[in-house]
Write a protein that binds this ligand. Structure first.
Ligand SMILES: [Fe+2]
Length: 328
């Protein structure tokens, strides 16, 4: 059942409104702005009908507060005036759904409430579906990467650390939060091309021969092929193709240089190398963070983008790197 909050300093109006909505809704009533704000701070409300002119705290203030604390709740303003300027201010400040002039037509108000709540339910259903899809795609990425893990020494915790370093670095480099989160998820796919690399090469205990290196170096473009042509995975293709390019143009597969290498790939390269250095592998003990950072600094400008190295060191100084390592 939906919860309505009706607010009016006129007791007659308040009881009329409360009575008219009591059937079918959980109806809360507030005789003034202060009481309304207390209710909004304490319990979830689906829709608010609020009088405009009230002593002390007016309707615009109440609905603006509602916008802050319960942005999803539908806001309807009851007004005795049709002063265009003040109504416009209210629409701007409190993002109201609709204003209703007094005296109101009860049937019309009821219909407004019904429609508003229908749109609220629809929005909630859509949000839920979107959330489900989002978690499904993230799970699918992890599943795919874990399938590839069987062929390599990467573990899910390595992938999640690379994801988190990538996300933090992307934000530090000025990428907006939503895109940075997406880049983090896509970063996990950087080595997906190793699915196409023969086990004899991937798991060879000794050094690779020149011919074997040629095959090993095919994994970035093999990843691009595996990732198909869906626009959603564009960033993952960028990362797969570019995570072995070097900033000075000596990397592979395309010997791209500087900013010709997509930002996502430059970021993931650093995140991946740092995590490989600081993690225990069958053939080596983990390096300390400081030793790994020093090593990365040595290759700033050759392997890595100096601007990204600088931001990464900042993440070390502000404790973000430690936090990520504790998380995973
Ligand atoms: Fe790789």
């Amino acid at each position: 059942m939906h919860t309505l909050l009706v607010v009016d300093d006129d007791p007659d109006v308040l009881s009329t409104l409360t009575r008219s909505f009591r059937k079918g809704y959980k109806t809360l009533s507030a005789p003034g702005g202060a009481e309304a704000i207390t209710i909004l701070n304490e319990q979830p409300v689906d829709l608010i009908i609020c009088d405009q002119r009230m002593p002390n705290i007016g309707g615009v203030e109440v609905l603006s507060h509602a916008l802050k604390v319960q942005p999803e709740a539908i806001r309807i303003l009851l007004t005795g005036y049709t002063d265009v300027d003040s109504l416009l201010a209210c629409v701007n400040d409190a993002h109201i759904y609709k204003y209703v002039t007094k005296p109101w037509d009860p049937e019309e108000l009821n219909l407004t409430v019904v429609r508003a709540l229908e749109s609220l339910d629809l929005k909630r259903d859509l949000d839920e579906a979107r959330g489900l899809l989002e978690s499904a795609y993230k799970d699918a990425v992890v599943m795919l990467c874990l399938a590839a893990e069987g062929k390599d020494q990467d573990t899910s915790s390595h992938l999640h650390r690379v994801q988190n370093y990538t996300e933090a670095l992307a934000m530090a480099m000025g990428v907006d939060e939503k895109e940075a989160v997406h880049m983090g998820v896509m970063s996990m796919l950087h080595d997906i091309g190793k699915l196409a690399t023969p086990d004899a090469i991937l798991k060879k205990p000794g050094k690779l021969t020149d011919e074997e290196w040629v095959i090993m170096r095919e994994h970035p473009m093999a990843g691009v092929r595996i990732l198909g042509d869906n626009p959603f995975y564009e960033l993952a293709r960028e990362v797969s193709a570019g995570h072995h390019e070097n900033f000075d143009g000596t990397g592979y597969p395309n010997k791209l240089r500087g900013e010709d290498i997509p930002l996502s790939a430059r970021i993931v390269k650093l995140a991946d190398v740092f995590d490989a250095l600081t993690t225990k592998r069958p053939y080596k003990e983990p390096w300390s963070i400081e030793a790994a950072l020093e090593n990365i600094e040595t290759f700033s400008g050759s392997m890595f983008d100096p601007a990204i190295v600088k931001q990464f060191k900042q993440l070390y100084f502000d404790g973000t790197l430690d936090h990520i390592r504790e998380l995973n």
